[in-house]
Design a protein around this ligand. Structure first.
Ligand code: PMP
Length: 419
């Protein structure tokens, strides 16, 4: 919202009424072990607003049919809704062309697609790929598999004790053999926000393309792929208030044009004979088989929902709640936070002296609090900090300061149980 004055236009952030917003999420109303649910496992998956749930239901009640190939009305309607969702995604991340938006199953699927297709074409024996120590397993293993296939080398940017990448070390890793750099935007286990703009600029000064894993950023920060100038950006719909099983790979059109298909099958072809197949145009070249149609459509609805609240309001509210949480957790004696980067998201990992994280999770569950415990699919990070696991609380814009207060008082209870 922009209000005009005599001098400069002032950006006004619309008011944020968290209690009203909570009304949109039916799951939050339930009791867990007779206590109100406090859902703090948003980095694993987010809850879905009524609007998205209704859309999924109405899709199957009213227009379910396969897309792209039917002349009948239902097929036309579902195709239209699916392609409209693609447009919503394009605008949401400010991509230039619709052809740059590939629907996938999620972040993992998008990374595997690029590791496979880009790797097939551009990575050869002795070549190098750079990732960081902060990566989720899904941004490690696909590259490892590629390196094994091609006899290439996987290099890892080290991190410091706060969980931040060491930029000078990153610069040293780049050689003329580096073919691609793939890094996470916001770490799912430490919350570190990587300096992706600087990484992209540095990589581009050597003409090296960059893939950004946006699984933990697209729901918290305004993403502008044109401004970032990243070559690929992947995310999962289910972390953005949409159903599981639908996600997005953004790629620069020129790069995607040059890449070979990932999977073969229906929809990705323009003609097939036993001798030769020609491929469909983008984005369909990378969308073999019947996709998760309702999932894609509902991703569009989730974007509508987030937009209806206003992204600036979401960011402002989440920042305030994160700061509040950080101060509260820092105030608990014998709680050690893991991941203390200067630039951090609303993900909080911690350990309690002498208590296994799984015990923390179990005791908090009896209070109705859902947090995650374990290695968070980031075993190399756990190894770096010399711990087997952490407890992790991760916020969304429907969480409240009261919930954070309840988390902190319940953590104190965990100490009492183990005293
Ligand atoms: N990268 C990051 C940073 C993640 O947090 C996750 C999910 N925890 C993934 C990748 C994988 O996402 P998905 O399981 O939705 O494919």
């Amino acid at each position: 919202m922009i209000s005009q004055s005599n001098t400069e236009p002032v950006i006004q952030i619309p008011a944020f009424d968290v209690m009203k917003i909570r009304e949109d999420f039916p799951i939050l109303k339930q009791l867990i072990h007779n206590k109100p649910l406090v859902y703090l496992d948003n980095a694993a998956t987010t809850q879905k607003p009524q609007m998205v749930i209704d859309k999924e239901k109405s899709y199957y009640e009213e227009i379910n049919s396969n897309i792209h190939r039917g002349v009948h009305l239902l097929s036309q309607k579902s195709t239209m809704e699916y392609e409209t969702a693609r447009e919503k995604v394009m605008r949401f991340i400010n991509a230039k062309y619709l052809s740059e938006i590939i629907f996938t199953k999620g972040t993992t699927d998008g990374i595997n697609l690029i590791a496979s297709s880009f790797g097939e074409k551009y990575v050869h024996e002795g070549d190098e790929i750079i990732i960081s120590h902060l990566e989720h397993h899904s941004n490690i293993v696909p590259w490892q598999l590629l390196c094994q296939r091609k006899n290439a080398l996987l290099k890892v940017i080290p991190i410091n004790d706060d969980g931040e990448i060491i930029f000078e070390e990153f610069e040293k890793l780049i050689t003329e053999k580096t073919k691609i750099i793939s890094v996470v935007h916001a770490s799912n286990s430490l919350g570190t926000i990587n300096p992706i703009k600087e990484i992209i600029n540095k990589a581009h000064s050597y003409n090296i393309p960059v893939l950004i894993d946006g699984a933990q950023s697209v729901q918290h920060y305004k993403i502008d792929v044109k401004e970032l100038d990243c070559d690929f950006f992947v995310f999962s719909g289910h972390k953005l208030y949409a159903p599981t099983g639908a996600g997005v790979l953004y790629g620069k059109e020129k790069l995607l044009e040059e890449l070979p298909p990932y999977q073969g099958g229906g929809d990705m072809i323009s003609s097939v004979t036993f001798e030769k197949t020609t491929y469909n145009d983008l984005p369909y070249k990378f969308e073999a088989g019947t996709p998760n149609i309702s999932g894609g459509i509902c991703l569009g609805t989730a974007i509508d929902y987030v937009n209806s609240i206003g992204f600036d309001s979401i960011v402002a509210y989440e920042n305030e709640l994160s700061l509040y949480t950080e101060n509260k957790l820092n105030g608990i004696e014998k709680l050690k936070r893991i991941g203390t980067a200067k630039n951090k998201s609303s993900v909080f990992s911690f350990v309690l002296e002498g208590i296994h994280p799984h015990d923390i999770g179990t005791i908090l569950d009896f209070e109705g609090i859902a947090i995650r415990t374990g290695h968070h699919c980031t075993q190399p990070i756990m190894e770096r900090f010399g711990i087997p696991a952490t407890a992790r609380a991760s916020l969304a814009f429907y969480n409240t300061k009261e919930e954070v207060d309840f988390l902190t008082s319940s953590i104190k209870k965990v100490f009492e149980v183990f005293a």
